[in-house]
Design a protein around this ligand. Structure first.
Ligand code: ARG
Length: 475
């Protein structure tokens, strides 16, 4: 049943109906559409546009419909165009003509914008919970390996020794920034478009502010034209999700590398690995690969929506219907990847011996020589040069740095006394990195305490917001 029959004497062509139909994907907005209809009903009633009697009947029917949508007894039909028309049909089937009363002072243009905001807020809060669970797994692994020496890389070459717990903990910081951005987004997305109508507001005595409050929004749109056209919240959400995806992809890449035979650092649990149909020995890190691969799809959804919005005339254009599938897909994708990566992280065991053996390899202690000289007041540029000569000398003889003789050190620079050997150990290098955020055991312990309190604060914040949102939805 079309919502706009009066002016037309012809039905839309089949191809037009097929092209414009959205109910098969926007049906997931049904709970939010019903909830915002209840809020709209409240305003129509309090401004006496509906009698208490009619309002009570509509309220009961909306509540029934909410239950029937939840348990699947009310579902859209082939002939329904979108979620709004399907639900209005449901209301009219229960109430006859008065089912159409809710359309007063409201258009699908402000309605769909409100529904999508509610959906996005809900989905973003669920996503936060999953991110926090992953942070929990990362922090547990970081603590487990907080005393395990390994080597850090720059340019994928051995750089300096680091504690492996420090290596894992870095990811928690990236997700903290994501959660911070999400919180910021929640504030900006919290605008109710209801009351904007088709584009110009309403001549009826509505209260957009009251509708906004009833739905838990912080404010209502300050400009009705912007109210129906603003999809910044979609573009921003897609960016946030993409960046979470990028962070997951970098975890994925590390796990893939660490699980190679050449590295042999990571033993990914069987439950989080897959086999090969032809090579019986294979244990592939598919979770890590999909975490890496799905980021491309998330970025694609972001760029697709930005391209759709570019140059779009204001108020409503049907192009805007193209905002939904990418947004749904991005949230759905994260909902698949996050728990799988969390499980993979929680169950991977790392080979302490191999990581420790790698720690000093590749002359990763060369910076210690330079720092030793700096402490003896040699300018760093000279110290760097001298340390480089030590590496060249050791490399030419196939030796490690600490294996150079006292006279070799002295010949390279007179201040390279035998005491140099005290800093040429992994343990020495690690314990000396005590700067804030450094890899020393003491600095890492401090870092983990700070991370724990930051993540706990996010957890409290988002669970309170989720509880408030669920309370609003079931009010
Ligand atoms: N299905 C539409 C969408 O997703 C709903 C709004 C339609 N509005 C209109 N004036 N045709 O954007």
């Amino acid at each position: 049943m079309a919502l706009w029959g009066g002016r037309f004497s012809e039905e839309p062509a089949d191809a037009v109906f097929a092209l414009s139909r959205s109910v098969h994907f926007d049906w997931r907005l049904a709970p939010y559409d019903l909830r915002s209809s209840l809020a709209h009903l409240g305003v129509l009633e309090s401004s006496q546009l509906l009698t208490a009697d009619v309002a009570a009947k509509i309220r009961t029917a909306l509540q029934e419909l909410t239950r029937e949508v939840a348990d699947g007894t009310f579902i859209y039909k082939d002939s329904d165009e979108d979620v709004h028309s399907a639900l209005e049909r449901g209301l009219s089937e229960k109430l006859g003509d008065i089912g159409g009363s809710l359309r007063a002072g409201r258009s699908r243009n402000d309605q769909v914008a409100a529904d999508l905001r509610l959906y996005a807020i809900d989905a973003m809060l669920q996503t936060s919970t999953m991110i926090i669970a992953l942070q929990g797994a990362l922090m547990a692994k970081a603590a487990e390996y907080s005393n395990a020496p390994s080597v850090g890389f720059t340019h994928m070459q051995h750089a300096q020794p680091v504690l492996f717990g420090h290596e894992i903990a870095k990811h928690v910081h990236a997700f903290n920034r994501d959660l911070d951005r999400i919180d910021d987004w929640l504030n900006r997305a919290s605008v109710s478009p209801l009351g904007s109508g088709a584009l110009s507001g309403s001549s009826l005595p509505l209260s957009p502010e009251a509708t906004a409050t009833a739905l838990g929004f912080k404010r209502s749109a300050g400009n009705s034209i912007d109210g129906v056209s603003d999809r910044d919240f979609v573009a921003e959400a897609l960016f946030l999700i993409s960046l979470v995806g990028v962070h997951l992809s970098r975890i994925g890449e590390e796990w893939c590398i660490w699980a190679t035979t050449e590295f042999g650092w990571a033993d990914v649990a069987e439950a989080y690995s897959t086999g090969s149909s032809i090579m019986p020995q294979k244990k592939n890190p598919d979770v890590a690969e999909l975490a890496r691969g799905k980021a491309g799809r998330l970025i694609g959804n972001l760029t697709g929506v930005l391209a759709m919005l570019k140059g779009l005339p204001f108020a409503y254009n049907r192009d805007l219907q193209e905002d939904k599938e990418p947004l749904f897909d991005s949230f759905d994708t994260l909902a698949l990847v996050l728990p799988a990566v969390t499980g993979m992280v929680a169950t991977t065991e790392f080979n302490r011996e191999k990581m420790a053996a790698a720690a000093p390899a590749g002359y990763s202690l060369a910076t210690e020589i330079a720092d030793f000289l700096v402490r003896a007041h040699i300018p760093f540029s000279t110290a760097h040069e001298v340390a480089g000569k030590c590496v060249a000398r050791a490399e030419a003889q196939g030796k490690e740095l600490h294996e150079l003789s006292d006279s070799e050190f002295f010949a390279i620079h007179p201040q390279l006394t035998p005491e140099i050997r005290t800093v040429l150990t992994v343990e020495g290098a690690l314990t000396s990195r005590t700067t804030f955020g450094g890899t020393a055991p003491s600095a890492l312990a401090r870092q983990l305490v700070i991370l724990k309190s930051e993540v706990t604060a996010f957890e409290a914040n988002f669970s309170a917001k989720l509880a408030a949102f669920s309370g609003m939805m079931s009010a």
